[in-house]
Write a protein that binds this ligand. Structure first.
Ligand SMILES: *Cc1c(COP(=O)(O)O)cnc(C)c1O
Length: 306
């Protein structure tokens, strides 16, 4: 049993024509919770449910929290999400629509997370947004689906926040014997904790994360994500917030699909960093999705960001 669905793999004619390459889009935006997070979170929730968990707790006001809430609803297991006061009304509404108990606490994520941690007991499972081997194993399933479709790309492009998606995709690619296929890891300038870590060849914590790509806003990447850079080729690229927004709007024009700037970062990387993909004829982009941004907000950002 899985809680995620098998997503379409789309040959993007508009992107292929612009880039002069074959571009494949893995449409994780179509997961029922709106992002790839459901793969890993679903696997983690099923595993904890098997071990007897009677409640799930999350401290994510973004796509991870929505995925945990979705899984709880499907498994009929209560979910509590603790989020800081800065969480948008839209995110609160999405969590409540999924039936989660939402507790708004503290000025920062750290305060909300501390309360969430204090709620744990032997029957309660905490679901981390990116740093857990159960998540990576769940995310890896997206690579299996691409391989089963008969596609073997020359490069895989994805967005990086805490590096859970990266770790899972690398795990899946390892299983498929794709360790020689480079991963292009996209971040925005204000969230480039993996870029700084790869430069330093060690996990680097940013003093602060900035910008609109809030789903990428981990101050430090998971150790596992940095460890993969010693086992396989990973190229790090950065884009601006504006480039991420424009790429998200371009996807809407090309394929009628709305995603967050966090996802736009991977799409922008392909258009703005051709050198990272010079050797690749076939490119796979993980269209990771995101439920928090709206069309009105993307258009407002496009008008105001420079
Ligand atoms: C969580 C998320 C990311 C980043 O994933 P990590 O596993 O934290 O690197 C990127 N895009 C979207 C839409 C997300 O929800």
């Amino acid at each position: 049993m899985t809680l995620h669905i098998r997503t379409p793999l789309l040959h993007s004619l508009p992107m292929s024509a612009r880039l002069g390459k074959t571009v494949w889009l893995k449409l994780e935006a179509l997961q029922p919770s709106g992002s790839f997070k459901l793969r890993g979170v679903g696997h983690a929730c099923l595993t904890h449910a098997d071990r007897g968990a009677r409640r799930f707790v999350s401290s994510s006001g973004g796509n991870a929290g929505v995925a945990v809430a979705y899984c709880g609803r499907m498994l009929r297991i209560p979910v509590t999400v603790v989020v800081p006061e800065t969480t948008s009304a839209r995110a609160l509404e999405l969590l409540r629509l999924e039936g989660a108990e939402v507790i708004v606490h503290g000025q920062s994520w750290a305060e909300a997370n501390a309360l969430a941690q204090s709620m744990l007991d032997e029957h309660t499972a905490f679901i981390h947004p990116f740093d857990d081997p159960l998540l990576w194993t769940g995310h890896a399933s997206l690579v299996d689906e691409v391989a089963e479709a008969g596609v073997r790309p020359d490069a895989v492009v994805l967005s990086v926040g805490g590096g859970g998606l990266l770790s899972g995709v690398a795990e899946g690619m390892h299983r498929q014997g794709w360790d020689d296929v480079p991963i292009v890891a996209a971040e925005t300038h204000g969230t480039a904790s993996l870029a700084r870590s790869l430069e330093a060849e060690a996990v680097v914590e940013l003093p602060a994360v900035t910008g609109i790509a809030t789903s990428l806003a981990a101050k430090r990447p998971a150790t596992e994500a940095v460890a993969w850079s010693r086992r396989r080729p990973i190229a790090s690229v950065e884009v601006s917030d504006r480039e991420a927004v424009v790429a998200a709007l371009q996807l809407l024009t090309d394929h009628r699909l709305l995603v967050e700037p966090a996802c736009g970062a991977a799409l922008a990387a392909v258009e703005k960093h051709p050198a990272a993909l010079a050797d690749a004829k076939e490119i796979l982009i993980v269209v990771c999705g995101g439920v928090v941004a709206t069309l009105a907000q993307l258009q407002e950002w496009e008008g105001t960001l420079t």
